[in-house]
Design a protein around this ligand. Structure first.
Ligand SMILES: [Zn+2]
Length: 296
């Protein structure tokens, strides 16, 4: 079995959904995209029996791919198919391109009203550790969670402690759980949110960034749909979170959503207000949602 069919919404478990787009993976428009994007690495025979099938949940509005790669193939996707380009690009960045990290660190300080030294952070899905390494340099008490062995080794070499089994983390352990472009890749994002919530201290925050749903309604027209590296990227971005999806996740875990606080010097106030009009901060390609675990 190369793919697994998801019979219910990965966020709210509703089985009621509406099909938005359904195209066989072997259709030229899909197969050309996949082979181009992964530079011919996937075996085409993996895809013969399944469809790129995008549906919208009738209850929480999550948009999700019905057919997802089986766990072995998912490992192959992230360890063998994806190229090193993303990492190389990050390795070669200028200081101005890292302003967004600076902004994150200021946001964490503003949210908790504490100094980095006193803030324990788990970066979930730290990848090549660019964010965690800087967080460490700014004195945050940071550790990471990551599955891929080469990335784990890299993090350890840079002095970032790795949590290999989340279930071993005590309840109410971290002040901040940070995940950037991770939840959209997970077969069970809701289960992960409740794990985050369990590990979070009362008064703590989950800061999560996911691809934005901005402009997606127009894109999801079956007559004109084209696969691309965007919020509904085939195989990878298997969940797309809408505002009501985040609302559902917050409610389920007894969390409240808070706005991204304004931090000085890194974004012009007018732009900032425009970005955060919707509560979740919505930039062109990325949304930031912040969940707060209250003390009572
Ligand atoms: Zn749902």
């Amino acid at each position: 079995m190369n793919f697994v069919q998801r019979s219910e919404c990965p966020v709210c478990e509703s089985q009621n959904c509406t099909t938005l787009v359904k195209i066989p993976f072997v259709a030229p428009v899909m197969m050309n995209f996949i082979q181009d994007y992964y530079q011919g690495r996937p075996d085409p025979s993996l895809f013969v029996a399944d469809d790129y099938h995008l549906v919208e949940c009738e209850r929480c509005s999550c948009v999700y791919q019905k057919a997802i790669l089986s766990s072995d193939n998912m490992d192959a996707l992230y360890e063998d198919w994806v190229s090193d380009e993303g990492r190389k690009k990050k390795d070669r960045r200028r200081i101005k391109d890292m302003n967004t990290y600076m902004r994150d660190f200021k946001v964490l300080e503003a949210l908790t009203n504490r100094r980095p030294h006193d803030i324990s952070v788990l970066e979930f899905g730290l990848g090549w550790g660019h964010w965690s390494r800087l967080a460490k340099a700014f004195n945050f008490n940071v550790s990471g969670a990551e599955l891929a062995e080469d990335r784990v080794a890299n993090a350890l070499a840079h002095g970032i402690p790795i949590v290999s089994d989340l279930s071993s983390v005590p309840d109410e352990h971290y002040d901040i759980i940070y995940s950037d472009q991770v939840l959209e890749h997970l077969p069970h994002p809701a289960a992960m949110m409740s794990e985050f919530s369990r590990m979070l201290k009362p008064g703590g925050f989950i800061v999560t960034k996911v691809p934005s749903d901005k402009g997606m309604s127009k894109k999801l027209n079956p007559a004109t749909f084209k696969p691309a590296h965007d919020a509904v990227h085939p195989l990878e971005h298997i969940n797309l979170f809408r505002r009501s999806t985040f609302d559902f996740m917050a409610q389920e875990n007894n969390l409240i959503q808070v706005k991204v606080p304004y931090v000085e010097g890194l974004s012009r106030p007018v732009e900032f207000l425009r970005e955060r009009k919707r509560g979740i901060q919505n930039k062109a390609h990325q949304s930031t949602a912040i969940f707060h675990k209250t003390r009572n």
